[in-house]
Write a protein that binds this ligand. Structure first.
Ligand code: FAD
Ligand code: SF4
Length: 338
C-alpha cells in the first residue's frame, strides 16, 4: 500500500474542505484525489490492490451521529448515508414498508461486511471487473483512460449487456442502488456550497467515452442522505447469483408496484448485475400500467426490459437469465401478501 495522509473529519465542513483541497487532488506521488472513508470495505480493498491511490483519506465516520438516521415517516423515508447496511436491513418498518430495500441489503455481501459497510459507500462501490482490479493488466480504460479494454475479448462472463460502450462493459455491482432506482429515490449531496438534491438515477454515469468518470459528484462532494416518497409495501428484490450467499448478482430485479383491485396503477422495474449503471427499465414498466397481471404480461415485460441488450462471448446467458428474473420478481410482487 502506498503512503497516504489520514484525516478524521470533525464536521461536514471540514470533510468537504479536506476532500476538495487542491493539495490533496494534486499529490505528485500518487496523482490521485482525496477519498472519503466510510466502512472501508471497498476503499481499503482497492488501495491494497493498488487500484485506488488516494493521497488523502478523510474519515467521515465522526459524522455518523448526524448522517446515520433511519427515518420512516407518514409520507416517505429518509436514510442517512452513514447508516450501516445491516441496521437498515433489520429495521422493522423498512421490512414492512420497503421490502425491496431490506432484501437488496440483506442479500448483499456477508453479515460481517454489512455490519461495517454504509449506504453511501455501497452506492459508490466500484466495479468488480477483474481487469480493473488487477493492475498487471495495462489495458483498462476505466483505470488507465485510453489504454483499451481487456474485457472486450477477454473473460467477460460477469460483464454488462445493457448500457455498455466501445470503451467499457463493466457491470455496476451493487444491489441497494437498484432498490433506490425502483423507488425513484432522491440523493442528498453535501459540498462546499451547502446541500443539494437530485434524482438518484442521475448519480451514476454510463461509461460512454469516459468510463473513468463514474458519477456526477463533484470533487469534495459527499452523499449525506437518500429520500423516498410514499410507502412501497408491494416491492421485491430478486437476485440470481452463482451461490446463495456472499456473491454478486448475475442478474437481479427490483420491482415496486401499486396494485388496486387487481389492476396495476404504478410500476417500477430496475435491473442489476446486467448493466453498467443501476438500470431503470422504463419501456418495460410502461407495459404494466393499467393492466391486470398474468404470466403472458410478465413475459412481455421481461422481453421489453432486455430488448436493447447486447451479449458478448461469455455473458449472453445473462439475457435469458435476466428475463426470467424479471418475470419471476413481478409474479412475486403481484402475489405477495401485504
Ligand atoms: C467479498 C465482498 C462481497 C461483496 N458482495 C456484495 C454484494 O453482493 N452486493 C453489494 O451490493 N455489495 C457487495 N460488496 C460490496 C460492499 O457492499 C461494499 O464494499 C460496501 O457497501 C461499501 O461501503 P463502505 O461503507 O465500506 O464504503 P467505503 O469502502 O468506505 O467507500 C467506498 C467508496 O465510496 C466512497 N464513499 C464512501 N462514503 C461516501 C459518501 N458518503 N459520499 C461519497 N462517497 C463516499 C469512498 O471514498 C470509496 O470510494 C461486497 C464486498 C466484498 C468485499
Ligand atoms: S470492462 Fe471497463 S473496467 Fe473492465 S477492463 Fe474494460 S474498461 Fe476496464
Amino acid at each position: 500500500m502506498r503512503p497516504f495522509l489520514y484525516q478524521r473529519a470533525s464536521d461536514s465542513n471540514m470533510a468537504v474542505q479536506a476532500l476538495g483541497a487542491p493539495a490533496a487532488a494534486n499529490n505528485p506521488l500518487t496523482k490521485a484525489t482525496a477519498q472519503p472513508l466510510a466502512g472501508g470495505t471497498t476503499l481499503i480493498d482497492l488501495m491494497k490492490l493498488d487500484v485506488m491511490r488516494p493521497a488523502t483519506i478523510v474519515d467521515i465516520n465522526p459524522l455518523a451521529r448526524a448522517w446515520s438516521a433511519i427515518e420512516p415517516g407518514s409520507d416517505g423515508l429518509r436514510l442517512g448515508a452513514l447508516a450501516k447496511m445491516s441496521d437498515v436491513a433489520a429495521h422493522a418498518e423498512i421490512q414492512r414498508s420497503y421490502p425491496v430495500i431490506a432484501d437488496s441489503l440483506k442479500l448483499a455481501a456477508s453479515a460481517q461486511l454489512r455490519n461495517m459497510a454504509t449506504l453511501g459507500g455501497n452506492v459508490m462501490q466500484r466495479t468488480r471487473c477483474n481487469y480493473f482490479r488487477d493492475v498487471s493488466y495495462e489495458n483498462c480504460n476505466k483505470r488507465n483512460p485510453g489504454s483499451g479494454c481487456a474485457a472486450m475479448d477477454g473473460v467477460n462472463r460477469m460483464h454488462a449487456v445493457l448500457g455498455t460502450s466501445d470503451q467499457c462493459i463493466a457491470t455496476y455491482p451493487g444491489d441497494f442502488a437498484q432498490a433506490l432506482i425502483a423507488l425513484d429515490a432522491t440523493v442528498e449531496i453535501t459540498g462546499k456550497a451547502g446541500t443539494r438534491t437530485m434524482p438518484f438515477a442521475q448519480l451514476h454515469k454510463a461509461p460512454g467515452d469516459t468510463p473513468e468518470i463514474e458519477t456526477t459528484l463533484q470533487p469534495g462532494e459527499l452523499i449525506s442522505a437518500f429520500s423516498i416518497s410514499g410507502r412501497w409495501p408491494r416491492s421485491v428484490y430478486l437476485k440470481a447469483r452463482d451461490r446463495q450467499s456472499y456473491e454478486f448478482a448475475l442478474s437481479s430485479a427490483a420491482i415496486a408496484l401499486d396494485v388496486q383491485d387487481g389492476t396495476i396503477r404504478n410500476a417500477r422495474v430496475a435491473l442489476g448485475g446486467v448493466a453498467t449503471v443501476p438500470w431503470r427499465a422504463r419501456e418495460a414498466e410502461a407495459l404494466l400500467k393499467g393492466q391486470k397481471f398474468d404470466e403472458a404480461l410478465g413475459q412481455r415485460v421481461a422481453e421489453a426490459a432486455f430488448a436493447d441488450a447486447r451479449g458478448r462471448r461469455h455473458n449472453s446467458f445473462k439475457i435469458a437469465l435476466g428475463k426470467r428474473v424479471v418475470a419471476r420478481a413481478l409474479q412475486q410482487a403481484v402475489t405477495m401478501e401485504i
